[in-house]
Design a protein around this ligand. Structure first.
Ligand code: JCF
Length: 670
């Protein structure tokens, strides 16, 4: 039996080690969620057995130990951290305590995104930046002035009426685009990459050579005041944020007032929904009592104010055991290694399967069966294994072997020269490929057959009743009603959905038939270029290459597809069974779309639509959306908190649109 004292000592040992790796080496050994769990366990033991608290317990300090490489800076007012809430209940408990202590029935809040970066303090004297310091342990931080001065978003001089002396607090962060670019370069140089943007930002900020910091596109968001002299403070936090903004300091565009705690929780949900689209990482939201006088009344406990709380999003990363790796066969025969995991709660759901992408990735990450691995589930993205915790590797792990035969049909598996992906050579002999092709055919953006689920497709393929997409259109209501999990009603709905799907568009059909490398955009381009199916079938390589977006590889796949007699007979059968589409008047096409020939780059987050929606609407009007700004870019659309693309646009003199400007263009008013 382990006693509480032994467990506390063991936890302290582990936490010390992990904290060192995290804060000093910028190279955490375990996901944050695992660290939090160990920390909370220790905290719980110490609450129950206060006599076990030691002065060196990791619970007895805020944040990191100051590092000797930088001069210590004593904060005039301690830099607080925030207490965390992980559930709605914890938020409501916080609110009730604040109500009781303040004696106020109604409390108004400001909701801010919680940037996943590093807290810093900036001191300005007579409006001039004289010092920048990290939080450190909350009382004493490190002097990082030289490095912070390289960050373009940090004003070296405040605009307007500046106080005699003011300390401003904010979060330094690395936008995701900058993080990915930085890791791409490190990887190309064979150097160690950073596990997340915050560690990369910490690494950049703690460079001994500011010239290196200057190369990282760091940003800052300001959210609080520290010590201030010679200035009349506003009475609310909202007004204070406006004051920061008028001094020229970046303040989040996503901050919003909330009338009550329910409005706070609504805003939490809204920001959580936006999270995956934001150009930077946030790990939760912060609720702050707006009335500064009430804050004084509420005061603080040891490490954190009683007037604010961080409501964390479910962790997107957690660690678990990799039990096995199986190979799934997709519609093109591609073999995807799928991790079977000991179930783990991550990103708000329990995950027991995750993708490992391909064999190269497995080797690059050196993931072995039996390893403790880090699983990531961000938003609605498919969960993936991001790395193995190799230091915790047990003795009995073994390497993942790619199967020489298809696990579904037994055909040979080959991996073409230079390709990352191995494929089953079985073609439509392989039921997995047939099922995949059918799933794709009926999917929403293809033929859009409502109610044709995976399980049903599995049954239809398994029994041999459906071999090709054309067979779907011969299914009868009576026949469907007799299948597992199908009633009369769903059978008749499905027949109606199949019937509806027959009236389609050429672009959808081309996408639906699943030519390799032909996604939605290329399918549309082919439809626009050829106007009907027969001219596309007849097109030679030169004609295909003349289509925008079509290169030699795509052209070759299109030719290969239509050279198969089998494919032509399926297309004929589809038409015989009533699948039809209007032909497109190709003579009238290009000049007609209002945004034809225009290239767009999107940066920052938009309020009225997601970036994906914006992209689709631009494309629907003939425009092109690319990922990077060049002289050929016509417009850069900058939403809230734009990334370095905006700077680049300004440097190159590319026209910048705000959200309203884009909306005007899309509505045809531009
Ligand atoms: O964005 C953040 N990480 C963040 C941290 C935002 C805030 O408004 C904070 C904070 C840490 C402490 N406010 C306090 C008082």
């Amino acid at each position: 039996m382990t006693t509480a004292a032994q467990r506390a000592a063991a936890l302290r040992e582990q936490l010390h080690e992990h904290a060192y790796r995290y804060y000093v080496l910028d190279d955490p050994g375990i996901p944050d969620a695992d660290y939090d769990q160990l920390y909370r366990e220790l905290e719980a033991i110490e609450v129950e057995h206060p006599e076990l608290v030691t002065p060196d317990s990791p619970t007895q300090r805020v944040g990191a130990p100051p590092d000797s490489a930088f001069e210590p800076v004593r904060h005039r007012l301690p830099m607080l951290s925030l207490s965390n809430a992980f559930s709605e209940q914890e938020v409501r408990d916080f609110h009730r305590r604040a109500q009781q202590r303040s004696g106020e029935a109604e409390l108004r809040y400001v909701v801010e995104p919680k940037m996943d970066g590093l807290a810093v303090s900036l001191t300005y004297e007579q409006g001039v930046l004289i010092k920048a310091a990290t939080r450190g342990d909350g009382r004493t931080g490190e002097d990082v002035t030289a490095n912070v001065r390289t960050i373009h978003q940090v004003p070296l001089r405040l605009s307007g009426d500046a106080p005699a002396r003011v300390e401003i607090r904010g979060e330094i962060y690395l936008p995701l685009a900058g993080f990915r670019e930085m890791n791409r370069r490190l990887e190309a140089d064979g150097a160690k990459t950073f596990v997340n943007p915050r560690n990369a930002a910490a690494g950049a900020l703690r460079q001994l050579d500011p010239a290196i910091t200057a190369q990282r596109p760091l940003g800052i968001v300001c959210y609080a005041l520290g010590d201030i002299e010679g200035f009349r403070l506003p009475t609310t936090h909202s007004a204070l944020l406006e004051q920061l903004r008028s001094w020229g300091l970046p303040v989040s565009e996503l901050n919003q007032p909330a009338e009550d705690i329910d409005a706070c929780l609504d805003r939490y949900a809204a920001l959580q929904a936006m999270r995956a689209e934001l150009p930077f990482e946030i790990d939760g939201v912060v609720y702050k009592v707006d009335d500064l006088a009430l804050r004084e009344t509420l005061g603080q406990v040891a490490r954190a104010p009683r007037w604010a709380i961080a409501h964390k999003f479910p962790a997107e990363e957690a660690s678990t055991r990799l039990l096995d790796v199986e190979f799934q066969v997709g519609r093109t025969g591609a073999l995807t290694p799928v991790a079977r995991l000991a179930p783990v709660f991550v990103g708000g759901v329990t995950v027991s399967n995750a993708t490992l992408h391909n064999m190269d990735e497995i080797e690059r990450k050196d993931v072995r069966i039996g390893d403790q691995v880090v699983v990531r589930r961000a938003g609605d993205v498919i969960p993936e294994v991001v790395r193995a915790l190799t230091e915790q590797r047990p003795a009995d792990v073994h390497r993942v072997q790619q199967p020489p035969q298809c696990p579904v049909c037994g055909s040979d598996v080959i991996r073409a020269e230079g390709e990352a992906i191995a494929r089953c050579t079985g073609g439509l002999v392989c039921s997995a490929q047939r099922e995949g092709a059918l799933r794709h055919f009926v999917s929403r953006r293809a033929m859009d057959v409502d109610g044709m689920g995976d399980k049903l497709i599995e049954q239809l393929v398994g029994s041999g009743r459906v071999q090709s997409p054309a067979d779907l259109y011969t299914l009868t209501q009576a026949e469907l009603a007799g299948l597992e999990r199908m009633g009369e009603k769903s059978a008749s709905n499905l027949v109606a959905a199949l019937e509806r799907s027959k009236h389609t568009e050429l672009g959808r059909l081309i996408y639906a038939i699943g030519i390799r490398e032909v996604g939605e955009v290329t399918a549309q381009a082919l439809a626009q270029a050829f106007g009907d199916l027969q001219p596309l079938i007849d097109a030679d390589e030169a004609a295909l290459l003349a289509v925008p977006d079509v290169g030699p590889i795509v052209a070759q796949h299109v030719r290969l597809f239509f050279e198969q007699a089998q494919n032509l007979s399926v297309l004929q059968a589809l038409q015989d069974l009533g699948v039809n589409w209007p032909s497109i008047d190709i003579a009238a096409k290009p000049a007609e779309l209002p945004l034809s020939g225009k290239t767009f780059v999107l940066t920052g987050s938009l309020d009225t639509m997601t970036r994906d929606e914006a992209k689709q609407r631009i494309q629907a009007m003939g425009g092109k959306v690319t990922g990077s700004v060049s002289k050929k870019t016509d417009y850069v659309v900058a939403g809230a908190d734009p990334g370095s693309k905006l700077d680049k646009a300004q440097t190159l003199g590319v026209e910048v649109l705000d959200e309203a400007g884009l909306a005007a263009l899309l509505d045809g008013a531009g």
